[in-house]
Design a protein around this ligand. Sequence first.
Ligand code: SF4
Length: 105
Amino acid sequence: MSDQPNANRRKFLRQASAAVAAIPVVSMAGISAAQANEKAEDGHAHEYVKNAADAAGHDDYAEGSKCKKCAFWGGDDAEWGQCYHADFQGVEVNANGWCSEFVEG
Ligand code: SF4
């Protein structure tokens, strides 16, 4: 099976989220970098949890899904990284986290 459809979907999601995010980023120019890199706490949005194991039993959770495998993940191999979903702008999420907006990447 080819990885091309997933790569295209990931690229599309990142570009779309970046376009949406550009507006609040401009208006947040006065916020310090430290604030923009806060780590998301459990419950930040879409029932986010820092540890995907804590999502076990959630109706939308599939075994093995986590931020690092999500199309919105932008942290490469880091423990904490950017999520390109509009509701996670200004915070970092954990590579082993999860939320109900997970999209297989
Ligand atoms: S959208 Fe994906 S990367 Fe972002 S918090 Fe949810 S599961 Fe993690």
